[in-house]
Design a protein around this ligand. Structure first.
Ligand code: CUA
Length: 351
């Protein structure tokens, strides 16, 4: 019985550890595999504090073990009183100076990194993007280019972009673990951060502030492309004319339904700044929608017909009449044909 218990405990421990550790190492979603300047800087601090703390742990455990064994009460010494050392200047000095030194070793680089990462001067000729948090999605406004989009944040590799973050509703927190630390997204006061990536790729972003029932589904992506591809994407987005979009018959019917059902009053397509719902420009280029779903026809139909079952607490539920299977199918077809650029998350991840 006892050995079964021990075995069960061991299995539980190993499984838990495996789960925890596997979560740490996911490529492009891990602060422990940094791919940007800010993330490198944070990673260095993580390593530094871990080394210092490991040293403290080992030192304390060694002293503890030695003292436990060496100063154990021995036979025949029951009445022996060891040498009393309270008020010892040497000891007091040692255990004051060592911790202070360790704190300084950790504090100086930490404070320096804080100031360095918070420094957003010299941003005038850089890419500036306004980021707005919503329950439960992200709006991106490329200020100088007049590009509005949502959920996929395109940036060129090796270039620092500057983000001004604010929320339309409750508090959120913008976090791309592999590229930078978290930053709170508040109403009214704008928080600013720098973001850059050393390698092309898709970096997964999360909302890191409990913001409602679908907080865990408030995912987004940073799509890091070559400078040429970025220019191409910017060009495609800027020159996109929703009215000139080529659509087949089904999609055209879907577009009509989209308009009849007043979807446009919340979802902009093109450079309109409307952001009651996510801007859908280039929706057909995205590899995820509603934060977590693959953009298949079935998923889209399910989402349009019953968003509440997928993303509880979203703001779309009950804002339009119920859609038949046929209507939902046509709208889904329309959305899937909303393609703007050849530069998509797909072309990046294929590399
Ligand atoms: Cu937004 Cu959690």
């Amino acid at each position: 019985m006892r050995s079964t218990n021990v075995r069960l405990k061991a299995i539980f421990l190993v499984t838990t550890l495996a789960l925890i550790l596997s979560g740490c190492g996911k490529e492009n979603l891990s602060a422990l595999i940094p791919k940007g300047y800010s993330a490198d800087s944070s990673y260095y601090l993580i390593v530094l504090t871990t080394v210092v703390m490991t040293f403290v742990f080992l030192a304390v455990m060694t002293i503890y073990t030695v003292v436990l064994i060496r100063f154990r009460r021995k036979k025949g010494q029951e009445d022996y009183i060891p040498k009393q050392v309270e008020g010892s200047k040497t000891l007091e000095t040692i255990w004051t100076v060592i911790p202070i030194t360790l704190v300084i070793i950790m504090a100086v680089p930490t404070v320096m990194a804080e100031f360095d990462l918070a420094d957003t001067t010299g941003r005038d000729d850089k890419i500036n993007i306004e980021v707005t948090g919503h329950q439960y999605w992200w709006h991106f406004n490329y200020v100088d280019e007049d590009i509005q989009t949502s959920q996929d944040l395109y940036i060129p590799v090796g270039e620092t972009v500057y983000l001004d973050l604010i929320t339309e509703d409750v508090l959120h927190s913008f976090w791309v673990p592999a590229l930078a630390g978290k930053i709170d997204v508040n109403p009214e006061n704008v928080n600013t951060m720098k973001l850059d990536a050393e390698e092309e790729g898709i970096y997964y972003g999360k909302c890191a502030e409990l913001c409602g029932p679908s907080h865990a589904l408030m995912d987004f992506k940073v799509v890091v492309v070559s400078p040429e591809a970025y220019d191409e994407w910017v060009n495609d987005m800027k020159n996109f004319e929703p009215e000139e979009q080529e659509l087949d018959t089904v999609a055209q019917e879907g577009k009509d339904l989209f308009e009849e059902n007043n979807c446009m009053s919340c979802h902009a397509i093109g450079s309109s700044e409307t952001q009651i719902g996510p801007n859908l420009t280039g929706f057909g280029d995205r590899t995820t929608f509603a934060g977590i779903l693959e953009p298949t026809k079935e998923n889209l139909i399910e989402w349009i017909q019953d968003p509440e079952s997928i993303k509880p607490g979203n703001k779309m539920t009950d804002t339009y009449p119920e859609l038949s299977d046929d209507e939902a199918d046509k709208i889904a077809e329309y959305l899937m044909q909303l393609k703007v650029s050849d530069v998509t998350p797909e072309t990046v991840s294929d590399e």
